[in-house]
Design a protein around this ligand. Structure first.
Ligand code: TIU
Length: 248
């Protein structure tokens, strides 16, 4: 078991004073450089691991994509989710989707692709990307446990028109471990939104996937370039090691 590193942390109270406290910090092997994180202020965010993106007959397939390319992320996500549950950190799941009447779906989004397979059309898993339909739900392997918040988002970014930021701030979260699909679309958009809001993101490379392997690679490179302009990138094993060493 790795030693618990105690550091002196300072934060601004808003009253011209600073408060210091000793916090447990773990180092995650990440790029562009190893990251010291306070496990107690870290949350796991799993983006859009929905049947509509990963299973036949859903939105991903309707867009003409090879859905089998997303399967590689499932096993690593299962392992990280288990480690996060053991460590007792906040776990948040997101789902992309819309109201049944599509009032929250911009026409430019709905009007893409074959009309028979657009958002709202009836597919083998119910209406495509519509809340409450079987295809909209999270895959069984990663199904949320009781008490784990699920954010229903109408956009690519998990912060857009949701209460995610409020939830994270209320829990004092500083760092997000980010998993999910697809790397260059909803994962990247969410990481960029998080970065502008002051949250540090560690994207777990093997827990993300894309229908386009080259976009997965470039999506991760864009995050960690320029000294980590949007965040850090790590393998899931490094995050699991940090979570497993967390004090219970
Ligand atoms: N099509 C695609 O790559 N992604 C999406 O439409 N949504 C998410 O990434 N979740």
């Amino acid at each position: 078991m790795a030693p618990i590193l105690l550091v002196r942390r300072r934060w601004y109270t808003g009253t011209d004073q600073h408060v210091e406290a000793a916090l447990p910090v773990r180092t995650i092997a990440a790029e562009p450089e190893p990251l010291a994180v306070d496990i107690g202020r870290m949350a796991l965010v799993i983006i859009d691991m929905q049947r509509d993106f990963l299973e036949p007959g859903g939105f991903g397939a309707a867009l003409g994509n090879d859905i089998s390319r997303l399967k590689s992320a499932v096993g690593p996500c299962v392992d990280v989710l288990a480690a996060a549950r053991r460590a007792g950190i906040l776990i948040i799941h997101t789902r992309e989707g819309h109201r049944a009447d599509l009032t929250d779906a911009p026409p430019i989004k709905v009007e893409r692709g074959d009309p028979a397979m657009r958002i709202g059309a009836l597919g083998p898993m119910g209406r495509i990307l519509i809340r409450g339909e079987p295809g909209h739900d999270i895959i069984p392997e990663l199904y949320p446990a009781a008490g784990e918040p699920v954010i229903d988002k109408p956009g690519k970014g998990a912060f857009y028109q949701t209460d995610l930021e409020l939830m994270l701030k209320n829990r004092g979260i500083e760092t997000l471990l980010v998993c999910g699909v697809t790397t260059e679309v909803c994962v990247n958009t969410t990481v960029r939104e998080a970065n502008d809001r002051g949250f540090r993101c560690v994207v777990l490379s093997d827990c993300c996937a894309s229908y386009f392997p080259e976009f997965h690679d470039m999506g991760l490179k864009m995050i960690k370039a320029q000294g980590g302009i949007f965040g850090s990138v790590s393998a899931s094993a490094a995050a699991i090691a940090a979570l497993s060493a967390a004090p219970s």
